[in-house]
Ligand binder design. Structure first.
Ligand code: GLP
Length: 243
């Protein structure tokens, strides 16, 4: 892993955006893995600014999002499809048919998960996968557990995750109990991964992700086994490489 530390979040957003933009400039038909949550909002704004300045085009790029809530209409303001439209897709020249977010309302969720993996397998691999991290170390919605899933699957969200995300809803009862998420195997197939971690409250989980034991109880720790991970953060952490 490569760790880049930033003094403030606006520098971090710009650098993260620049990495994604460089990928699309050097490979216009790049496949990007996209993330949601509070963390990427600023970097998506920077991408939009760069697009509006005429300095990058997404006309040939494709995207695959990590996850989606189960049971929220796509028009709900907190659905991840809606998040992507309002924060990024509606403001750049990406073709609608080239953007993919798992369908959390599919009548047959298992079939939807298999279809998502099949599409990623046939069109992939993802060139650059953007990730945030949950306070409990989840990536996508792969929650800490005794076992992790290889492929895309329907996950029961942990109470701590629903608590963390209730800030986006009126009440905890409105936070969905389930989501569809790329599995760890799906995520790890990406050629390169950009993990963005913001805020002092995430310093400890980032330290454990970088330096702690690799364990299914901290899904992000599996990133230690991926050959090309760039971590960008404003947290006060160090990467102590030791074998
Ligand atoms: C969310 C998403 C993750 C995200 C994480 C952290 O629920 N499923 O992809 O990285 O939790 O979110 P935030 O950036 O808001 O802290």
């Amino acid at each position: 892993m490569i760790l880049h530390k930033f003094k403030n979040q606006s520098d971090l957003d710009r650098a993260a955006a620049d990495l994604i933009i460089s990928m699309v400039r050097s490979k216009p038909n790049a496949i990007l893995g996209m993330a949601t949550g509070g963390t990427p909002v600023g970097l998506y704004k920077e991408i939009v600014k760069t697009y509006q300045a005429g300095l990058v085009s997404f006309a040939h790029a494709k995207t695959f999002n990590l996850d989606e809530y189960v049971g929220l209409p796509v028009t709900h303001k907190e659905s991840y499809r809606n998040f992507m439209q309002t924060n990024l897709f509606d403001h750049i020249d990406i073709q609608a048919g080239n953007t993919h977010v798992p369908d959390g309302n599919a009548a047959d969720v298992d079939a939807e998960c298999r279809l998502y993996d099949k599409m990623m397998f046939e069109q992939g691999p993802v060139d650059l996968q953007l990730l945030g991290i949950g306070g409990n170390g989840h990536i996508g919605f792969n929650e800490p557990d005794e076992h992790l899933s290889r492929g895309t699957y329907k996950v029961t969200l942990k109470q701590e995750t629903r608590e963390a995300n209730k800030r986006f809803f009126n009440h905890i009862d409105e936070v969905p109990t389930h989501a569809v998420t790329m599995g760890m195997g799906t995520i790890m197939q990406a050629r390169a991964i950009l993990l963005v971690v913001k805020g002092a409250e995430k310093a400890e989980i980032l330290d454990r992700t970088l330096n702690g034991p690799i364990t299914t109880q901290l899904p992000a720790s599996l990133l230690q086994t991926h050959p090309r991970v760039i971590v960008m953060t404003d947290c006060d952490v160090n990467y102590k490489v030791s074998f």
